[in-house]
Design a protein. Structure first.
Length: 408
């Protein structure tokens, strides 16, 4: 079978950076590299790096990143965007280029040179904001208009968009009028992560856990307020807020006033093995975030057997976790911004072991559907089909919209 040349363009990528989409791109690249030539054009401390058969090329400087967790500095999008006004690929001629859409600022700058190249142009879209803005007040509408314009510029030169969830796919179709949508879900290495789970299974002595960057949009403070409500009603269990970020001292200072001191651990960022061990001990996993394109943390928790309780945001376009958690079947939902509602869901989940076992078992089965090997294999089949259609005009092009590789 013909070896393809596939480029990936992104501001940050594993294994140099952590974070959600950075890890996802790396997992896709390392699997494709088993059969194809893969080059990632990204930020690097050195000119080139080769890992697991993937060649990473420094296309632009490292930028003002505060750490390696995938957190951006406030100036990073403004600096990154103009750097893509010139073709970073040089003389290399890929068959296809997969462009990460985040943080949107580079998409308008790429239009000229990317249209001049003959490769298949694929835009990986984690979020497509139609009504949501991460800013409050007067900045909200202005930032939303700017984000929509930048993403629209990228869609204009793309041959197809690859959203990571049904929520994002629907936003592209209904909110942006874009029809060439190929649903390409995020995933995980199911066999490897299951090998990290303790055997025999430990007792579930941790009532509640959440995992994620400690930043305002993740709303871990809302979870603490819900736990404070439970504590005022007699809850005596333990919980953990796992992750690092600027909100760590704020969350730590909130424990005493909420009556949670000594009851909630904030261990910071932990190793993957430690994270899976903690998830295997938890009864309930909570995702309180106001926006998620997908949520790998929820997927890992489901695989570890914790009952997922996820916040349903105000705007459906940012409810990517809805692909994983269906109310009453694979978990529980509550309205984001309502700690009392979250407290009620947690109270019921912790009290009803039978229901918790039923839902967590269904959630674990659902999580096993999202293995990277199957997802990337389906992407590879679709990629070849589209490349064949481009090289054989008489055969007809691909359909205007199709499902690529989302389970179930």
């Amino acid at each position: 079978m013909e070896t393809l040349r596939i480029g990936i363009l992104t501001d940050m990528c594993g294994p140099v950076f952590g974070g959600g989409y950075q890890t996802v791109l790396w997992e896709i690249a390392r699997r494709l590299a088993k059969r194809h030539t893969i080059r990632i054009f990204t930020s690097l401390p050195q000119p080139r790096l080769e890992v697991e058969g993937v060649e990473l090329v420094r296309a632009f400087p490292m930028g003002p990143y505060p750490d390696r967790s995938g957190t951006r500095g406030p100036l990073q999008p403004a600096i990154f965007g103009p750097m893509l006004a010139h073709d970073p690929l040089g003389p290399w001629r890929p068959d296809a280029l997969l462009v990460e859409a985040m943080p949107f600022s580079h998409l308008p700058f790429m239009g000229r040179w990317v249209r001049e190249r003959s490769f298949l142009r694929l835009l990986k879209v984690d979020e497509a904001w139609v009504h949501y803005s991460p800013f409050r007040g007067a900045l909200g509408p202005a930032s939303l208009r700017l984000s929509r314009w930048m993403l629209s510029q990228g869609l204009a030169w793309s041959d197809a968009a690859l959203p990571v969830s049904r929520a994002t796919a629907e936003a592209l179709r209904s909110g942006y009028g874009y029809r060439e949508v190929l649903l390409f879900s995020n995933g995980m290495d199911v066999p490897r992560l299951e090998s990290l789970l303790p055997s025999p299974a430990p007792p579930r002595d941790l009532d509640v856990i959440t995992v994620g960057r400690l930043v305002p949009i993740k709303r871990q403070g809302e979870l603490l307020r819900a736990l404070g409500i439970l504590a005022s009603r007699g809850w005596k269990g333990r919980a953990a807020v796992v992750g690092e970020g600027p909100m760590a001292p704020v969350l730590r200072d909130a424990l005493r006033p909420l009556g949670l001191e000594g009851r909630v651990d904030l261990p910071g960022r932990v190793s993957e093995a430690r994270r899976m061990e903690m998830l295997s001990r938890a009864k309930v996993f909570v995702l309180p975030s106001e926006r998620e394109g997908f949520s790998l943390a929820t997927l890992e928790a489901m695989l570890a057997g914790a009952l997922p309780v996820v916040g349903r945001p105000q705007f459906p376009e940012v409810f990517g976790a809805g692909d994983l958690v269906e109310e009453g079947r694979t978990g529980r939902c509550y309205p984001v911004g309502d700690p009392e509602a979250l407290a009620q869901v947690l109270e019921r989940a912790l009290a009803d072991e039978g229901e918790r076992t039923r839902l967590s078992s269904a959630a674990r089965a659902r999580a096993r559907d999202f293995d990277w090997d199957g997802l990337v294999g389906a992407f590879e089949v679709e990629l070849r089909r589209r490349l064949d259609a481009r090289s054989s005009p008489g055969a007809g092009g691909p359909p205007p919209s199709s499902s690529l590789s989302v389970p179930g």
